[in-house]
Design a protein around this ligand. Structure first.
Ligand SMILES: Cc1ncc(COP(=O)(O)O)c(C=O)c1O
Length: 383
């Protein structure tokens, strides 16, 4: 932790904006040979890092687009005064289409219901909506199936002629980009090229065509097209440990999660620890209480395993992680209350990483950082 953050706090998530900016620059260098732009994906409060400060830092480091899932997330960024090109992709019927059109937010359309709602909103707003058509090239989640694509493209072009829509983008999303060589990757690329070719032949003139998330940005240059949508890499986390470490890609973790040890005490051998007594002290020892729990996003699945750097050593959560707190066995070491317990960070000081917590909880590092709750203050350093 940097010296400037040492106001006593129960816990804090330190967000290193210099690391985020360096990560954006590293991503830009990777995609510049293909002249692709970078969209900073700041959905889910920038994967738990704080949407507005991360959006501003990313733009400052050369990202030219922002991406969110929900329209609410996009409109919140606009309300904060951020004017950069901004796209949001997860719409439901009755969503705030008109607000998005008026705020110059690019909206994603995957089907006819959405095209109908956005054109109606554009008519009310008296200006064209910026619409990006999403193709389902094989993910099987959001997006328009190839069989339905001609109708969607034709209707979008008709709306363009009528002046209610400007088709600004054609885009898709990978299913298995984090598994290089997976046959679905080549298949999706081929379907995407065909769907883009059809739309362009019919008259769509998109500003951007895009498909790559972080793993494709890092490992698949042929998927960069005009724009890459990077989330996790920008936060300095590898999309998957099998692909490499953050350092292998020139990335540095942005979030450090730390707490102030709330209590330390000596306990005898065979003392039960935490709910259910899933940990019994094997000998006379000392215990430390870490004031973070699953209400803060610490995964209960990591009970008995989650690693924490306390008093110069990595200890494991002893027994169950509770709603607000968990215990570590300090092995008889003397640690003062108020000592720093680092759950994860970049790793340079011997602290665990978000990836270590993901492994302990049987999940992915995306989930570890994204779930850190609102009760944990974010402390921004290196603004
Ligand atoms: C549509 C879309 N694009 C891009 C991303 C960013 O993915 P990543 O964090 O792997 O870069 C996401 C995140 O899940 C997404 O849903």
């Amino acid at each position: 932790m940097s010296a400037m953050t040492h106001t006593p706090m129960r816990a804090r998530a330190e967000i290193d904006l210099a690391a985020l900016r360096a990560n954006v620059r590293a991503i830009r260098e990777r995609v510049q040979p293909h002249s692709a732009q970078v969209m900073a994906v700041v959905k889910a409060d920038a994967y738990g890092h704080g949407a507005e400060p991360c959006a501003r830092a990313a733009l400052g480091a050369g990202a030219t687009w922002l991406g969110t899932a929900t329209p609410h997330e996009a409109l919140t960024l606009r309300a904060a005064g951020i004017e950069a090109p901004l796209m949001c992709w997860l719409w439901t019927p009755g969503g705030p289409w008109r607000e998005a059109v008026e705020a110059d937010v690019d909206v994603s359309v995957s089907g006819m219901w959405a095209l109908r709602e956005v054109t109606a909103a554009a008519r009310q707003a008296g200006r064209p909506a910026r619409v990006q058509l999403k193709a389902d090239t094989g993910l099987g989640r959001n997006g328009c199936q190839p069989a339905d694509w001609p109708e969607l493209v034709q209707q979008a072009l008709a709306a363009e002629t009528e002046g209610t829509v400007r088709v600004t983008g054609l885009w898709s999303h990978f299913a298995c980009a984090d598994e290089p060589g997976h046959p679905s990757i080549a298949a999706q690329l081929s379907v995407f090229r065909d769907m883009v070719a059809y739309a362009e032949k019919e008259g769509v003139e998109p500003e951007v065509r895009h498909m790559a998330n972080s793993p494709a940005t890092l490992t698949l240059p042929e998927a960069h097209f005009d724009l890459v949508r990077t989330g996790i890499a920008m936060y300095g986390i590898s999309p998957s440990p099998e692909l490499g470490t953050p350092a292998d890609f020139g990335l540095r973790p942005v979030m450090t999660l730390a707490a102030s040890v709330a209590l330390t005490k000596a306990v005898p051998a065979r003392h039960g620890v935490s709910y259910g007594h899933h940990y019994i002290t094997p000998r006379d020892t000392t215990l430390g209480l870490v004031p973070l729990g699953y209400a803060d996003g610490i995964p209960r699945h990591a009970s008995g395993r989650g690693p924490v750097l306390v008093g110069g050593k990595v200890r494991r959560a002893a027994g169950r992680i509770a709603m607000d707190q968990f215990v570590v066995d300090l092995d008889g070491d003397t640690v003062e209350p108020g000592a720093e317990a680092v759950l994860f960070g970049p790793g340079d000081r011997g602290e665990p990483t978000a990836e270590d917590w993901a492994e302990a909880a049987g999940t992915i590092a995306y989930e570890i950082v994204t779930r850190i709750g609102t009760r944990v203050p974010r402390v921004y350093v290196n603004r």
